[in-house]
Write a protein that binds this ligand. Structure first.
Ligand code: TNX
Length: 500
């Protein structure tokens, strides 16, 4: 049968948990906007949506959802489980439920169902690079809204890089005045010669108040934001404002082109003072347990040529510049750990030895994650062959907007299994989940960001949620075809190749 939502439907709350009430309010916000039925709460109702906390639901993010003609029941161990039950319920309604305006004369039917559900992985993430291109807060909220619908729970914001610095830091105002702006931006692909530039000053940054508001917005949707401050490479923008933090002290400008640069922080006391000052403000804005400290693509030529660095290596018994990078990160990690937080680093951070307590984000391939898990580190899998949403998604590039390169069709994302074959069951427990990365060298605005992320982010959502035995690409595709209408109503600019 079906349940029909009418003006008589009420939510009957069997708990006084404020978190559960919030999850219900969120759901009511969605359905009241489109149905116009002004549904609220009651002590009892004939056609009720009954919501209760049930400690017997064994997974903290899991839920039980039953839809019957007489009513709907939601049970979960936590408010998060209730929130996810409602995201599933949203998807059981006709797509029109997502409308921003009231849909008149519509019958709101939900098919009868009984669902017991819980995620496969605890970490279900997307990364957005807000440096190469800068995205307004309203777009970030939209991105978060969509993530919530697909039960993602971590948004990783890449906030600093060679081409810009996007977070206000009160102690270092030149980051806002200088590092946040580049003189102009290269046009076309990095591989094109000769280089061309647009001549247009570009940049911007988020105020701390805006970020605090965003953190709350995300938390209301059961999403934690992970800030990334790149250390020690990808630091050109910061060094443009504070050149004394490099080994050469030579003036540099905020990068105008993509690629890998040799500017990096010098591991001297002034630098640690700067970075810990930055991180203390960052931790004040972002309350989550993870702070991402970067660590990728760190060209060490300036360290090699620096007498200071070579003496520092001798004094600390460091054999290589990779060991120096790890030494640097260890110091940063101990600062972060002392404040009750944990670091995440790109897989390079283990190249020069151990960083205890670090979670590794494996991007160069799966190996970084495998090595990390074997050594007892947690790992988040984001191998570029499967998880880079800045790569082409269609085999014929000439039919597509300019992109980074590579080729990751929807099917390839869907086939990915975050647990590498070579791990034992015990080691595999360290794999927290997978993340899709959206680097934005070639993504200038929100419309294009959605085009690159969707529907590949739908495939990744299913990878992170659904057990391997229950996955089927054909099943996914047929559901996605129906789902397209929902994305249309949400006005998402998703890529439509799967409809061909
Ligand atoms: C590598 S992935 C990078 C980024 C680029 C990306 C382009 C990683 C940790 N570093 O700086 O934007 O490739 O796909």
């Amino acid at each position: 049968g079906t349940f029909v939502l009418t003006g008589n439907t009420k939510i009957v709350l069997k708990t006084d948990s404020a978190g559960v009430k919030k999850a219900c309010d969120f759901f009511l916000g969605v359905i009241n906007r489109s149905t116009g039925l002004n549904i609220g709460y009651a002590k009892s109702a004939s056609l009720a949506i009954t919501v209760e906390i049930d400690p017997k639901i064994d997974h903290p993010e899991g839920y039980y959802l039953k839809v019957a003609p007489q009513g709907i029941t939601v049970r979960a161990q936590t408010a998060t489980g209730v929130f996810y039950a409602f995201q599933t319920l949203r998807q059981l309604f006709p797509p029109e439920i997502e409308s921003r305006t009231v849909v008149p004369n519509f019958t709101w039917r939900v098919p009868a169902a009984e669902i017991s559900d819980a995620p496969r992985f605890a970490y279900r993430g997307l990364m957005l690079d807000v440096v190469r291109h800068f995205f307004p807060i309203d777009f970030l909220k939209r991105y978060i809204d969509l993530m919530a619908l697909y039960k993602y729970n971590y948004l990783h914001l890449h906030l600093t890089d060679d081409q810009g610095w996007r977070i206000e830091i009160n102690a270092y105002p030149q980051l806002q005045n200088v590092s946040a702006w580049r003189r102009e931006t290269m046009v076309g692909h990095l591989s094109e010669e000769p280089r061309r530039y647009d001549g247009i000053r570009y940049g911007g940054y988020y105020k701390q108040s805006e970020l605090k508001d965003l953190v709350k917005y995300a938390a209301d949707r059961h999403i934690t934001i992970i800030p990334e401050i790149e250390i020690p490479g990808h630091a050109t923008a910061a060094l443009a404002a504070y050149p004394e933090l490099s080994c050469t002290s030579n003036p540099v400008e905020v990068a105008r082109e993509w690629g890998i640069f040799s500017n990096l922080y010098c591991p001297k006391e002034e630098t640690f003072l700067f970075l810990t000052g930055v991180l203390s403000e960052v931790m004040n804005i972002f309350p989550g347990k993870y702070i991402h400290v970067g660590g990728d693509e760190c060209v060490k030529d300036q360290w090699k040529q620096s007498e200071y660095c070579q003496i520092l290596k001798l004094q600390n018994g460091l054999q290589s510049d990779e060991e120096l990078q790890t030494w640097f990160i260890r110091r940063i990690a101990s600062y972060v750990n002392a404040r009750g937080r944990q670091i995440i680093g790109w897989d390079e951070i283990l190249d020069g030895g151990e960083v205890s307590g670090a979670t590794i984000m494996s991007w160069r391939g799966e190996q970084g994650g495998i090595t990390a898990a074997r050594k007892g580190h947690d790992a988040i899998m984001a191998p570029h062959r499967y998880c880079y949403f800045d790569y082409y998604q269609w085999r014929n590039r000439t039919e597509e907007p300019l992109a980074q390169g590579g080729y990751i069709p929807l099917s390839m994302v869907y086939m990915y299994n975050p647990i590498p074959k070579d791990l034992t069951d015990e080691q595999a427990k360290h794999v927290l989940g997978a993340q899709g990365n959206l680097w934005t060298e070639y993504i200038a605005d929100g419309r294009q960001a959605e085009y690159m992320a969707y529907p590949r982010a739908c495939a990744l959502a299913e990878i992170n949620w659904t057990p391997t035995e229950s996955k089927s690409y054909d099943g996914f595709l047929s559901r996605l075809r129906m789902h397209g209408k929902r994305l249309d109503i949400l006005n998402v600019n998703y890529a439509r190749h799967f409809l061909k």
